[in-house]
Design a protein around this ligand. Structure first.
Ligand code: RFL
Ligand code: PHB
Length: 391
């Protein structure tokens, strides 16, 4: 079979790219190693920057997000037992973020793909990518025990951090930069009203905590935990007790608890692979970079990568290779800024086992400065809502 673009991975990056290409008249097939239900069961991101919201509109899938998403004009930082509001709207001249779950966004993209009759192969195993250094790349895979081959013009590696695409690039052609953090996040989803109408990021001596949400009746909470922690050791009661202890007295008193719907642990990592293009193979989203979730940037970066890639491919089919030639450099500039922000925000909000008393005092001073200086608050706000997109 022949197709213009073979997309590996049906996460937000792959599905959004497929939708943008479809609207531009470019045909693409999506190959996904997991089942559709499995992809939809992964609970991940929750915060969309305006640039991601605009992109979903451009892709024609924004209707439910606008109806059900929650527009937030601020976030709260909690430390030393008190909460401080960062007015995103005021500090950025009217910019906001939209709280809308990655699961919902993925479902909207899957529905749009199905409605347009576009091909997605779920449970494709042994996916392998070939000849992307030449003009005729190929992708091989197995489905229900039968072998298939796709011939294509381009391969889009949207297959996440553990995918096959980045791993297929000769190691000498790739530079990677990485930082692992000495803790993870234990997350709980529950059918309970959020403790506050805005997100609360809390730095507490017992560790970081985050109060987020998916809707007015569904909450998402996280607590910093050690890397060797096991989910099974965390009963719902233990989780709620720990979360309560890391919040200010008012939030602790108002927290509504209930049975968890999902509970999982994610390690925190910063990672960038450069470049993001090898001949006719392009990496996008988590396949090329990872940020710790503190800054809520992962999904947003995946969205801006595929925006750049979709526009570059449209330009290519219109006769210009300028976009594909500059894809990597364009993306990496935005990525490194988001890496910096996510690393910095992680650093000031978490407890590090080896920072010592001096480190702790510096962290306190930084948080104090952050919420009392207009310049420092504005810097946090402009990064949180997303830096302007430069084409
Ligand atoms: P994904 O979502 O990992 O999708 C990759 C897909 O590729 C498939 N795949 C393969 N398919 C075929 N063959 C192979 N060999 C394959 N190998 C893998 C996988 O099954 C999968 O379906 O990557 P993508 O599309 O780049 O999207 C990235 C985002 O998912 C990720 O950046 C965010 O979830 C990160 N993130 C957050 N981002 C935000 O912007 N805002 C947030 O609030 C936010 N919160 C979070 C997060 C990530 C978290 N975790 C669990 C890491 C909170 C958490 C806890
Ligand atoms: C989430 O709702 O899952 C979420 C929100 C903000 C973050 C990270 C995760 O910074």
């Amino acid at each position: 079979m022949r197709v213009q673009v073979a997309i590996i991975g049906s996460g937000p990056a792959g599905l959004l790219l497929g939708q943008l290409l479809y609207r531009a008249g470019i045909d693409a097939v999506v190959l996904e190693q997991r089942s559709q239900d499995y992809v939809l069961s992964r609970i991940r991101a929750g915060v969309l920057e305006q640039v991601a919201v605009d992109l979903l509109d451009e892709a024609g899938v924004g209707k439910r997000m606008h109806a059900e998403g929650l527009v937030h004009k601020g976030i709260e930082l909690c430390f030393s037992g008190a909460r401080h509001r960062i007015d995103l709207d005021l500090l950025t001249g009217g910019k906001r973020v939209t709280v809308y779950g990655q699961t919902e966004l993925t479902r909207d993209l899957m529905d749009a793909r199905a409605a347009a009759g576009l091909k997605t192969v779920y449970e494709a195993s042994d996916v392998s990518v070939h000849d992307f250094d030449g003009a005729r790349p190929r992708v091989r895979y197995l489905k229900d025990g039968a072998a298939f081959e796709l011939e294509c013009d381009f391969i889009a590696g949207c297959d996440g951090f553990h995918g096959v695409c980045r791993a297929s690039v000769p190691p000498e052609a790739l530079a990677s930069y990485e930082r692992e953090y000495p803790f993870g996040w234990l997350g709980v989803l529950s059918e309970t009203p959020p403790v506050s109408h805005e997100l609360i990021y809390s730095n507490h001596e017992r560790g970081f905590a985050l109060c987020s949400m998916r809707s007015l009746t569904r909450s998402r909470y996280y607590v910093q935990c050690s890397l060797d922690e096991q989910v099974d050791n965390w009963s719902d009661e233990r989780f709620w007790d720990e979360l309560r202890r890391r919040l200010d007295p008012q939030a602790a008193a108002e927290l509504v608890t209930g049975p968890s719907i999902e509970k999982s642990i994610a390690p925190l990592r910063s990672f960038v692979a450069e470049p993001m293009r090898f001949g006719r193979l392009f990496l996008a989203g988590d396949a090329a970079h990872i940020v710790p979730p503190t800054g809520a940037k992962g999904l947003n970066l995946a969205a801006t990568d595929v925006r750049t890639l979709a526009h570059a491919l449209v330009d290519f089919y219109a006769g210009s290779s300028h976009g594909i030639d500059h894809y990597s450099a364009r993306c990496l500039r935005r990525i490194w800024r988001a890496e910096r922000f996510s690393w910095w925000f992680t650093g000031i909000m978490h407890r590090f086992p080896d920072s010592g008393e001096f480190g702790r005092k510096i962290q306190e001073a930084e948080l104090d400065y952050l919420v009392h200086s207009q310049a420092a608050s504005a810097s946090l706000a402009e990064n949180y809502v997303g830096l302007p997109f430069e084409d």
